[in-house]
Structures are given as C-alpha cells and as structure tokens.
Design a protein around this ligand. Sequence first.
Ligand SMILES: Cc1cc2nc3c(=O)[nH]c(=O)nc-3n(C[C@H](O)[C@H](O)[C@H](O)COP(=O)(O)O)c2cc1C
Length: 463
Amino acid sequence: MRAIDHLATTPWIHDHALSKRVVDAVSGGVVRFINGEILTLAESRRLVGVEYLKTLPYVDAERIGSDGKSFGGFLTLYALIHAPDVFRCGVAGSGPTDWSYYDTIYTERYMNTPAANPEGYAASELVSRAGDIGAAPLIIHGLADTNVHLKNSVAFIQALEKADKPFLFVPLPGEDHHYEGDGLATALSQSTAYSGGRWGNNSPRRNIRRPREVTAMSEGIGDRYLRETKYHPERMLGRDLDWAAKPSAYKEYPSSRRVELPAPVPRREADLHRVLLARSSVRDYSGEPLSLADLSYLLWACAGIRRVAQGYAFRTSPSAGALYPIETYAVANNVRGLEPGLYHYAVRAHALEELRLGDLRLETARAALYQGICADAAAVLVWTAVFERSKWKYEQRGYRYVFMDAGHMCENLYLVATGQGLGVCAVGALFDDELNALLGVDGVEESAIYMAAVGHPLRKGKE
Ligand SMILES: Cc1cc2nc3c(=O)[nH]c(=O)nc-3n(C[C@H](O)[C@H](O)[C@H](O)COP(=O)(O)O)c2cc1C
C-alpha cells in the first residue's frame, strides 16, 4: 500500500509518528506531511492503527481516542475533525493548529514556504475547521511555550467558542514545550480524568477522582447525540429517499391466533377540558377487570388508524413523517374475554395477535423495575420502536422522533382512559433487556421503550 511504503521509507514519519505511544501512532496514521502533501484520512485510515486495533479482543472499537503532544497534539485535533466517527475523544497537548504559525526551519523543510505551497498550508490548517470537530477535546498548553506558541491553542479555542463547540482547556503556568514536575503531573492527571469522564462509568478508570472542571465539561453520549443530530440551516441539502427500501409501518404475526376486537367506540362522551383537569397518573387499581371493548378503544386511541387518504393510513397519534415506528403490545392481566397473556396489536386489522398465554404479572412488574403497578393493573401496554422505519428517512435524527411519537401515544392513552373513567400510569423505568425478552424482540432492530399500566382506579373509600 502506498502510504505504508511512505511509512517505511520516510525517516521523518518514523520520528514523528511511529515513535509515539500507540494511540498517538493511531492518529499518526491519519495525516502526514510528505513533501508538502497531505495524505487524506480516507487513504491512510485503512492502513494504520485503528483497523488493526479494532481486531484486538480487548479493544472497544467504539471507544478509541487519540492522545498526543506537539505534532501529536496537531494530529489529535486533526483526527477529531476529520474522523469524528472513529476518534471519540482526544487530548491535544501543545500542538500547532496552523503550520504558518510554526517556526520556519522545521515546517519549511517538509512544507516549503506558505507562499510556495499555499494549498498545503490551507489543507493542514485546523482553525477554520474547528466547527467540524466531533468529540470535545482536552487541550493542554504550557503558557511559556516558546516552541509551539500559545497562539496555536488560543486561536483554535476561539474558533471552537465561535462554533459553540465544547472543549476543556488546561493551561500550564510557567511550563514551556516540555512539561515537568507539577506541570507534567497536572497534564497527566487531567488527561486521565478526561478520558475517564468521556468513557463514563464503564471506564476501567472510574475510580479516579475527576477535577471539578472536567466533570463540568465532560460530555456524555446524550450530549453528543443531540449535537451531532442537530439540523443547521446551512447544511440542509436534502437527500433522495429510496422509496423501494421504505420499511413497512406494520408488524404482523401471521401465524398467531387472532382475537378480533370490538369496533373502537367510546362508552361515554368526554369533555376535553374536564379530561385535562382530571388526568393524573393512577397507581392504585380496584381489581375490576377491563372490558375488551375498553381495551379495544384504548388501543385504537393510541395506535389505531383514523383515516386513509392519499395512500397513507393516518393514525390517531401524530408521527414524524407518518412513518409510525412504534409497535404496541398488551399484557392482559385481567381483561374480560381475553385469556391472560401477551398480545400484539395488529394495527391494520384492529385485532390482537396472541403471542404467549399465562400469568405474566410478576414478569412484567419485574421488567418494570419491580413496579407493582404493572402487576396490579388490568392491562399493561408496552411500546417498542422499530427504529429503521424512522431512520430510513431521518437517519440518526430519527431516534429523536421515535421517542416523541411514543410520548404522543401515551398521552392519547392517558386522555382517552381518563375520559372513560379509567386510570393510566406511564412507566419509563424499565429493564430494557428483560422487557425485550418478555416480548420476544431483539432489542436492536426493535426495542421496548415505554410502558403504561391501565385499569379501573381504586375509588377512595372503596378499598
Ligand atoms: C416518560 C415518563 C416516564 C414515567 N415513568 C414512570 C414510572 O416508571 N413509574 C411511575 O410510577 N410513574 C412514571 N411516570 C409518571 C410520572 O411520575 C407522572 O406523570 C408525574 O409524576 C406527574 O404526575 P401526573 O401524571 O399525575 O400529572 C412517568 C411519566 C413519564 C411522562
């Protein structure tokens, strides 16, 4: 491979990339200056470090970071900008961020002068690309650095601030390019704490005390998700949808026994304003069975079809893009006319599909963090998400909509149940794997995300 040849034959690369620590060598593969040329990430990523590291049994491919000082600091920032999906965190110590800031002899040996090689300098410059950074970096710089001037980190930090990108900066007072003593101790402890913070509680270093500012600045997976799935007015180019690959909005169990549900009609009319005033989460149930008619109306009210128009079957709850990623299951504990067990709501047929019979009260309560309401309620609805339905159109941003959709469905359930004199309690505290196992879904393509207990409320004084 071309770049491996470079690697073997260019002593400069050996000095400046491979002799560093392993993680640094990984980022060392990301970019190299060779006669003013920059090897792009796409060319070089496949050949060095990362791909190899990923093959090792003790390496978590999702948690690869880069840590480097001086040239390694530059490489780290470069990696976070150009390979945000590969490098999940980075510690950049005293790195150049624009080679035109750096001393002439060193840089010009490889890069020529800025006047003679404007493209090389522009392509390697990081400041103007700070807004593209993935993970929030930890930047460390000696305030008395006469080699890589502080200006490099400051210019980059200013650009990060302008782009509203999180970062952590640890200045080392009195230190030059070679940290020593207290400065070195600070740099090492801060970078250790930083990676501990980045990897969360699963980090093998979780016992290390984190300095206050690291805790405040450390970014979790949720923060990153929100940041990386933002819409930006300047980046809304759109994308052609592959209509042939559009996932079906209906899951069905053709080999299951079907239980027809009565037509979904309310037992009584309800005034919306009164319902809003009366709605509250109900956790005490009378033990009276739910009628099949009530269950039918509740299922329809949160997940049923209300109108078919222009080829779309619109449902009672709104859904982003009318993609309807949520499936509804019902655990019948005490429903008149229905054997206790687990059922799936077949939306198109407005019917239940029998998945498993038996008393599932204990199992359901256990999957809901042992919340007794799931055993006491006459029925428990469980909502799963079939993520691909949303991701087909919205990609990673689709996860946001999936959870919103489930929220709308549960609110419909709350309101309609209240109007019918029934009680509901939403349940978000659940053991995902246990609940998925109960439903028989894989937890990847389809995963349980939300539940609700339903039953007749226990009227005060009627215990
Ligand atoms: C997303 C979500 C998850 C919830 N999870 C639970 C739960 O696991 N257990 C529970 O008893 N209540 C749960 N609730 C109910 C809330 O505690 C309740 O809505 C809140 O206290 C406000 O009370 P209200 O619903 O009576 O207005 C949840 C509510 C929501 C919206």
